[in-house]
Design a protein around this ligand. Structure first.
Ligand code: CDP
Ligand code: MG
Length: 679
């Protein structure tokens, strides 16, 4: 392989520092690190253990504790347990720990349940959207997504069942983390007994301290820094940029396995598609693995995995084998995997972005930041000295921004603002933001909410706005559910809402060929587009299938389908609560599509002759995702709405449905482009 790395400081560009020569020929198989230790002694070996007394003392003395410590030192798994052991969950109160990511909440809860020695869902549980593995009576330590805790403030504004709340991964600055910090600051004024722990993996924690320190509460907050040992990590850069970092990541991992000493490999890519492609590349190489090299075990880590699949990642590699874990950003700080010695960093991350001018939200793949690259490299040095291979030149590193801006400054705020209003926070200017969202984003959200009849001209929530705020879905989807009354298609809209809430419904089953899977998928295809195709798949599943065998033979994911059934049941309860009729459209796809437009009114697009689309707002060039049933076909009317947009090298739209352009005009905004150029 011709890839050349060089390490700054030790050698200049041009010298081949592939490190092959630095490793003695004998490859020692990686040994499980802690496998022989009891759980209790593992706990005591964590860097945080030394600080146990001090932490508990500070929780007694201060209302807000900001805990800074390297990833892996034990914050997430240990702190809630310390509080529990010290009696903070007495008399039925609960200790909460929030995570920005679903996978982190479930995997950490699983681990902590094992440490406490309880069944998951009993003393230790988790709550993520549409999935509650906890007991109202018995759960004392509750891991949850930050979004779920924020939602809970809508029904219990003082979060009265909690004695202590840990806002974990605060450095990630997810929207809900920011909103929670703001709301919790308010709550603590009314309920000072509530303890707040803000935990962060990076050192710029003084911003949080300043935020919680003001004239009213001068001595309420403190910072505790957990010193943790970090082994040195050598950093190697590619000499030249590569066209395909996914392929390169596979090749570099392969070479590490052949040439480097023991230790597992962690690869950072941006999403599930890339991860699967990288694993495919590795699997193809596997048959050529020399006999004397460690057996390579490729594993994926991303949000779409089942709990069992996640656990495989944490299991120590057997003797004579080496794990290569191909992960999204989740392994950067949210979860800790022991035994990693090599990190392969693509240098990219997928983030949510929003353009207030066009009101289009999307997922974008962008270069990481210095903070993030450093954090990724650190994953290699937790248990021994390690190496990080950055798949880009050093010059590219030097031009990275220091950190990624907080999410609240770059996402659509429509749903969040509706929720804030529902909490009685009418004056958004007075809300104590950790970082204020840009005025343009707030205005655009308010405008949309007023146009949709959810906020009145006086700036207050309307009764319908109040109900929509309580629905656990985005405003657009909620609006669609409410409008199904008018279009008489509640049954079908409910199913579509559930199906779009799960990901990766269509799969290519192991062993079968892609083309066969494609044929199976075509059986569900609706001419009108992907939403109705999803509806067909759901109806077939509930009518004939409901088994993993049936799903397998129809190229559907059983897990995703089962989840959709459960989500639908939960959303149905909301429909019933709000007295929305569950009528069927009786096959009248027109009614159904009109109702879809009422939810996706901002996501309209027009077909152009080269097979791409232009967004109604902003006239952006859009490509259809290859999984769409409209991938190769022009919609008869020339117009579609789409569920989501993703920006990589080009902008792709997913889950499309054909519509009539006139339908867009009734909804909230006037589209100047809507009537133009219907070629
Ligand atoms: O939150 P922080 O990054 O400080 O660390 P943590 O997530 O509490 O992890 C502490 C230790 O628990 C890790 O170093 C792992 O040894 C172990 N752990 C594990 O084995 N399996 C998990 N699913 C999570 C943590
Ligand atoms: Mg953690």
């Amino acid at each position: 392989m011709s890839l050349k790395f060089w390490k700054p400081g030790t050698a200049g560009p041009g010298s081949n520092l592939d490190r092959a020569t630095e490793v003695e020929g004998n490859l020692v198989p990686s040994a499980p690190l802690y496998s022989s230790l009891s759980i209790q002694s593992q706990r005591e070996r964590l860097p945080i253990f030394k600080h146990r007394q001090k932490l508990l003392y500070c929780v007694e003395q201060f209302g807000v504790i900001i805990v800074v410590g390297q990833t892996g030192c034990g914050k997430t798994t240990q702190l809630p347990q310390y509080l529990y052991e010290a009696g903070w969950a007495a008399e039925g109160s609960v200790i909460a720990c929030t995570q920005p990511r679903r996978v982190a909440a479930t995997s950490v809860a699983t681990r902590v349940a094992a440490e406490v020695g309880t069944i998951l869902g009993d003393e230790v549980g988790y709550t993520i959207r549409f999935e509650d593995v906890s007991s109202k009576e018995r759960t004392r330590i509750l891991y949850m997504t930050d979004g779920m805790l924020f939602r809970e403030t809508l029904v219990d504004p003082l979060l009265s069942r909690y004695s202590a709340i840990m806002i974990d991964e605060a450095h990630e600055r997810s929207v809900y983390t920011d909103l929670l910090l703001g709301v919790l600051k308010k709550i603590r004024r009314k309920r000072p007994s509530l303890r707040l722990i803000v935990s962060s993996a990076t050192l710029d924690a003084t911003a949080f301290l300043d935020y919680f320190t003001d004239s009213a509460t001068p001595n309420d907050a403190t910072i505790i820094t957990l010193e943790g040992r970090m082994y040195p990590v050598e950093v190697a850069y590619l000499q030249e940029p590569v066209p395909d970092y996914v392929r390169t990541a596979a090749e570099v991992s392969w070479n590490i396995n052949l040439r480097q000493g023991p230790g597992d490999i962690l690869v950072f890519l941006t999403g599930r598609d890339e991860i699967e492609r990288c694993l495919d590349e590795l699997s193809e190489m596997l048959p050529t693995l020399p006999k004397n090299a460690p057996r390579l075990i490729p594993l994926a880590l991303h949000a779409g995995l089942s709990t069992d699949e996640q656990l495989k990642v944490f299991e120590p590699a057997e003797r004579g084998t080496r794990k290569v874990i191909v992960s999204t950003n989740i392994a950067e700080a949210s979860v800790t995997i022991d035994g990693i010695k090599y990190v392969v960093d693509s240098g990219y991350v997928k983030i949510r972005t929003y353009n207030p001018t066009t009101a289009l939200a999307s997922l974008s793949t962008v270069p990481t930041s210095v903070a993030s690259a450093t954090q990724r490299a650190g994953r290699a040095g937790r248990t021994a000295p390690g190496v990080c291979y950055r798949l880009y030149p050093q010059a590219a590193f030097e031009s990275l921004p220091y950190s990624t801006p907080p999410e609240i400054t770059r996402v659509d705020m429509t749903t969040s603002i509706l929720q804030l209003k529902s909490l009685g926070i009418d004056d958004l200017m007075k809300f104590e933001w950790v970082s204020s969202p840009p005025a343009e984003i707030v205005l655009r959200a308010l405008e949309g909410l007023v146009a949709a009849g959810m906020i009145g001209e006086d700036g207050r929530l309307t009764p319908i706005g109040q109900q929509v705020a309580e629905c656990p879905v985005e405003v657009g989807i909620a609006r669609m559910l409410f409008n199904s009354k008018e279009h008489r298609c509640g049954e079908e809209i409910l199913t579509i809402a559930a199906m779009t809430a799960v990901q990766d419904v269509f799969v290519i089953p192991e062993g079968a060929q892609g083309a066969l899977a494609e044929l199976e998928r075509r059986k569900f295809t609706a001419e009108e587009g992907d939403h109705l195709t999803l509806l067909n798949a759901y109806n077939a599943f509930t009518r004939y299938g409901r088994s993993s065998g049936w799903c397998k033979s129809h190229a559907l994911s059983f897990r995703a389908m089962s989840r959709a059934v459960s989500i639908r049941a939960q959303l149905k309860k909301y429909m019933q609560r709000f007295k929305l009729p569950l009528e069927s459209c009786e096959g009248d796809a027109r009614r159904l599509r009109r109702c879809l437009v009422s939810g996706y009114w901002r996501n309209g697009a027009r077909w152009v002759a080269d097979g791409t689309y232009r967004s109604v707002r902003g006239n952006k060039v859009l490509h259809v995702h290859p999984t769409s049933v409209l991938f190769t076909r022009k919609p008869r009317s020339g117009w579609v709405i789409f569920h989501e947009m993703e920006e990589t090298k080009k902008t792709q739209i997913r889950i499309l449905t054909e519509i009539e352009p006139d339908w867009l005009v009734d909804h909230g905004h006037k589209y100047d482009n809507a009537k133009k150029g219907t070629s």
